[in-house]
Design a protein around this ligand. Structure first.
Ligand code: DC
Length: 222
């Protein structure tokens, strides 16, 4: 049976960069499940559809195809109707839309099998909000990765500024707090640590320390 490592946690905890580095060292596939919700959010934005439970969103789901592909370096690309949208889904607006549309039950149902089937055939590190609780409840290792909202906002702000975005730290902090609330208060698959997860707080850890910590948790569990 392939090995599954679930890493859940709030926005900006460093899940994707840390999980990607760990996957590389273990030669596992790294799956960023947030990209799937972002791609559906982008489809809604493009079609001027409000990202809430509605017949319009259900109709949209019946018309789109969301896929993940992995190159020889195990790097992920997200495709929306065959178009590589990996870059387009990284704006603050796309983040907020993804968070809102991810609360729609039919959206979560739509993405369930896709996520499970990747883990069925590969050793994976999969990151998201409900991987350890809903998608892969039998994952051999479950980690809940977090950091203080201020630290997460600082990291996200630096990332956005580096990309040339015009944002203020306070706006980013507001977004982080709002997204935490939305992601952890929705009715279906809310963000919460799985009972058997290991909590890792990266507020005081730099990138290398975070990677080492996660790798040592994995080693201990496997
Ligand atoms: O990880 P991310 O910031 O790219 O995720 C974008 C949004 O998608 C996030 O605010 C909540 C949602 N999401 C989710 O509900 N479940 C997941 N497994 C991954 C992301």
């Amino acid at each position: 049976m392939p090995i599954a490592i679930a890493i859940d946690g709030p926005a900006g905890a460093g899940k994707s960069t840390i999980a990607r580095a760990c996957a590389k060292r273990l030669s596992y596939i790294y799956v960023d499940t947030g990209a799937l919700y972002r791609a559906i959010g982008l489809a809604a934005m493009r079609n001027n559809i409000e990202p809430i439970e509605s017949p319009q969103v259900d109709e949209l789901l019946s018309q789109i195809k969301v896929e993940l592909s992995f190159n020889e370096n195990n790097e992920q690309t997200v495709l929306l109707n065959g178009e590589d949208v990996s870059g387009l889904i990284r704006t603050p607006e796309a983040s907020m839309t993804a968070s809102r549309i991810s609360a729609v039950p039919s959206v979560r149902a739509y993405l369930l099998d896709l996520q499970r089937s990747i883990a069925k055939h590969n050793n994976v590190i999969m990151d998201g909000r409900d991987i350890g609780t809903v998608i892969l409840p039998d994952a051999q290792v479950k980690i809940f990765l977090t950091a203080s909202p201020q630290e997460r906002a600082k990291r996200r702000y630096n990332e956005l500024v580096q990309k040339g975005a015009e944002v203020t730290y306070n706006d980013v902090l507001d977004d982080v707090i709002k997204r935490d609330y939305q992601d952890s208060h929705r009715e279906i698959a809310p963000l919460k640590p799985a009972k058997d997860s290991v909590l890792v707080d990266t507020t005081e850890l730099d990138f290398e320390q975070s990677v080492s910590k996660i790798l040592s948790v994995i080693k201990e569990k496997l």
